[in-house]
Design a protein around this ligand. Structure first.
Ligand code: ADP
Ligand code: ASP
Ligand code: MG
Length: 413
């Protein structure tokens, strides 16, 4: 008998009616002969509400206590889900992350999964039960509750799918699948039938909140087939899978917008060995995740360095670099939090030229200034003013024909 993991996001379990509907999906899968492990998120906007509650009492709450608090959202959903299944005559048992020993490191609010006790889950499944696991949370070696970062229930689901050997991990959400860009921002975005792990990993890391980026990384590493689909209709959704040769033919698969970020620039630092190492070891000690590092020599003795951080890490990162600023002879630190990143992603970029030209020309025609540019072999990203970001995304989507299915785009679209 095969195992399927079904993950339901916040909007898909927002109230009793929606939990009942999600439970029916699970029952249908059970009736088709599968063992089902459900992973559920907190209901509706509950995580946001809990964060607001915390900030009202303390503008800088201890991270351990944040995890203790936020994990309660998912804990409520899973027991309600089990009750809904029970009411329909199905045997179900709910677990917190700690109860299935989803062991993580101790990086509160962004913990990383280290191991999962699949045995406990198998035992319950083999007794004919539907197992419901609270997403987003784990437990560290000392028994503290941890959380995996916003959107982390996707990662719980894919990691569980890998641990129990599930044939598929279904991510049920409020959109029909993965679109060429966020359909809430660009209304004419189109759904894609399949996308490679690498493209989705880039898109998720660059702001496509439909999937938690670490979930995609797990999927690729442990070969988990991921299907993103709607919790309200029966459409097939999108399969995230290994790259197949046809994917190379599509130059740009998607575009993203990332607003929750800031740039830190260190101007006029010493141009001698060991400076970058000192800056980034101090940021690593502060547990800040950085991206888009750019260093440029501005003379034999001086260099400029800049990097991006998530908005949530800005205060910590700023404090960290300010502490070492003088030791590096840094002339000044500048911070920009009024920016956003627009990116285009596609494995086809490896074998096609002209993508950068089209991206920059499009932004130029729209009279949008580019603050900085970073690239990988399958993406081009531009930092622009936040208040121009949605206009930039729309212009880029139209230029790369992301409002049309891949087979209808012109060859260089
Ligand atoms: P859930 O609560 O089910 O986890 P999320 O809000 O985390 O749902 O993710 C779904 C949302 O992701 C969609 O409502 C959509 O606005 C957003 N999104 C961003 N980029 C994309 C994309 N490329 N394709 C589909 N949805 C996207
Ligand atoms: N409830 C958590 C959040 O809102 C985790 C998740 O939904 O994936 O971020
Ligand atoms: Mg989500």
């Amino acid at each position: 008998m095969g195992i399927i993991v079904q993950k339901f996001g916040g909007t898909s379990v927002a109230n009793a009616e929606k939990i009942r509907r999600a439970a029916e999906r699970v029952i249908k899968t059970v009736n088709n002969g599968y063992q089902v492990v459900v992973v559920a998120s907190a209901r509706g906007k509950q995580t946001d509400e809990l964060i607001a509650d915390a900030l009202e009492l303390n503008p800088n709450p201890p991270k351990r206590e944040m995890d203790q608090l936020l994990s309660t959202g998912e804990q409520q959903t899973v027991s309600l889900f089990a009750m809904a299944l029970n009411a329909k005559g199905y045997d179900a048992i709910s677990f917190t992350g700690g109860q299935i020993r989803m062991v993580t490191n101790s990086d509160h609010t962004k913990a990383q999964i280290q191991s999962i006790d699949a045995e406990r889950i198998h035992k319950q499944l083999d007794q004919g039960k539907i197992v419901i696991v609270a997403g987003f949370q784990g437990i560290d070696e000392q028994g503290n509750i941890t959380t995996l970062g916003r959107g982390g229930s996707d990662t719980s689901a894919v990691a569980l799918a890998a641990a129990v050997g599930a044939g598929k991990c279904e991510i049920y959400t409020d959109v029909d699948g993965i679109y060429t860009t966020d359909p809430r921002i660009f209304k004419n975005a189109v759904k894609v039938d399949q996308i490679s792990y690498d493209e989705m990993l880039e898109m998720a890391s660059l702001g496509a909140g439909v999937m938690h980026n670490r979930a995609v990384g797990f999927g690729k590493k442990y070969d988990v087939k991921i299907q993103v689909r709607s919790s309200v209709n029966e459409t097939e959704g999108t399969i995230i899978t290994h790259e197949v040769p046809q994917m190379e033919g599509i130059v740009v698969s998607g575009a993203t917008i990332q607003k929750d970020m800031a740039k830190i620039g260190m101007v006029g630092i010493d141009n001698v060995p060991g400076i970058a190492a000192r800056i980034f070891s101090c940021l690593a000690k502060a547990k800040v995740i950085v991206s888009d590092i750019v260093q440029t020599e501005i003379g034999p003795e001086k260099a400029n360095l800049s990097f991006m951080v998530g908005s949530a890490d800005l205060a910590t990162a700023k404090e960290a670099v300010e502490q070492i600023k003088d030791g590096l002879n840094c002339e000044h630190i500048f911070i920009r939090d009024d920016i956003a990143e627009i990116s285009v992603v596609g494995v086809g970029m490896r074998s096609h030229y002209g993508v950068a030209d089209k991206m920059f020309s499009t932004l130029s025609k729209a009279n949008i200034n580019i603050d900085s540019i970073t690239t990988s072999e399958i993406r081009i990203s531009c930092i622009v003013d936040k208040d121009q970001a949605e206009k930039a995304l729309e212009a880029v989507c139209i230029a790369f024909e992301l409002d049309k299915p891949a087979e209808e785009r012109t060859k260089d679209g």
